[in-house]
Design a protein around this ligand. Sequence first.
Ligand SMILES: NC(=O)c1ccc[n+]([C@@H]2O[C@H](COP(=O)([O-])OP(=O)(O)OC[C@H]3O[C@@H](n4cnc5c(N)ncnc54)[C@H](OP(=O)(O)O)[C@@H]3O)[C@@H](O)[C@H]2O)c1
Length: 223
Amino acid sequence: MELAGTIAVVTGSSSGIGLATCRALLDAGASVFGLSRRETTLDHERFRWLPTDVTIESEIDRAFEAIFTERGCVDLLVNNAGFGFFRDIESIDTAEWRKLIDTNLTAMFLCTRKVVPSMKAAGRGMIVNIGSVAGKRGIKGGTAYCASKFAVNGFSESLMEELRGFGIRVACLNPVSIMTEFFDHAGIEPKKHLQPDEIAHLIVSLVQLPDGMLPDEMTVRPL
Ligand SMILES: NC(=O)c1ccc[n+]([C@@H]2O[C@H](COP(=O)([O-])OP(=O)(O)OC[C@H]3O[C@@H](n4cnc5c(N)ncnc54)[C@H](OP(=O)(O)O)[C@@H]3O)[C@@H](O)[C@H]2O)c1
């Protein structure tokens, strides 16, 4: 997809991978809407922050209503908002479990459901879901996080099969150890890491592949 002139939505735009992805998409010529609770401080004429808690459906409704009223369609959705923690199961309370599943998984379903009709009408579009290597293999302490990211992989693969006949590409990117605020709260420390700009570059490269190419899943780790 040629990004110049397209409309992109990035969830979790206020820091880390999401913020870097907004910058990279703007550099490539897209107009970008960023959804996050904290302000996304990006001073660019083609960027707009829409304050949104993606665990609250009415806030997602409000954000997409604003986007569709203003621009009429969405060409690219990057479902990135998420967080993780790694702890023994008996220390995880129900509210924490639900918040993690709501943020990492249910928000992805809700945002995707918003954009699919306009992508189907256009006969093209791309949805990039940020999974994790924790969505490919279990990790000690990762019952909640791994469960959410395994689900992201299953969601993405099913969605890819559902939408490919409509000209809509779905990709799931499974990164390992990107140096972001994720590790301020995760309870683990990576030995090696990549920078968010590097993942953003990869996301933009995947989107820019010819429309007939469907890069459905990729794991990316530090060398
Ligand atoms: N860093 C890694 O090594 C790594 C590896 C694999 C996968 N990932 C995944 O990459 C994604 C981005 O994480 P990151 O590493 O860039 O961490 P980060 O810097 O902590 O960014 C997380 C983003 O998600 C947003 N977010 C969290 N809860 C939200 C909510 N309820 N509503 C709206 N936005 C919310 C945050 O915004 P607000 O707080 O402003 O709402 C923030 O912009 C996550 O899905 C994470 O699981 C990260």
